[in-house]
Design a protein around this ligand. Sequence first.
Ligand code: 5GP
Length: 174
Amino acid sequence: MSEHIRVLLSEKEVDARIQAIGEQISRDYEGKQVHLVCVLKGGSFFMCELAKRITLPVSLDFMSVSSYGKDTKSSGVVKIVKDLDESIKDKDVLVVEDIVDSGRTLSYLLEMLRDRGPKSLRLCTLLDKPDRRVVDVKVDYTGFEIPDAFVVGYGLDYDQRYRNLPYIGVVEFD
Ligand code: 5GP
């Protein structure tokens, strides 16, 4: 079975939207330093592009998590594979994610980060699939709401491939 990628959101559309979110964040956090927390690996492309468009002091940190269990659906019980390097206590933390699907992973993650005492904690996601939501998660900044399809590109993979696509595409099988 071969596969091909259908463009869902072009590079130009994604760039323009990230620019707009960067401007919005720069207004909302005026006078503050934004501490971006990237969830690896998917969030890394979006985080770099977003950081470049924020016109305030920005610091960055990374964490990597994996769901317990071998189910393709996330279980919501999250194992920290790589924790943050720095404390987030009293910082204005903005978690940067590639996509919110069921919401299980992020709901767990946000609760865990909240317990570490940040001054503020918000969530920014490039993509949101609201139809798939199982656990309620408050998303503060959303790039695009998309239908329920498996997407790749801009950090999102299919079997570790396609992360480097500069647009968002849907995997289709021939
Ligand atoms: P959730 O806990 O919200 O169900 O899972 C979110 C995670 O599932 C994302 O961080 C991402 O790794 C993965 N995921 C959900 N939908 C997609 C998709 O359409 N494409 C890809 N590549 N990963 C997805």
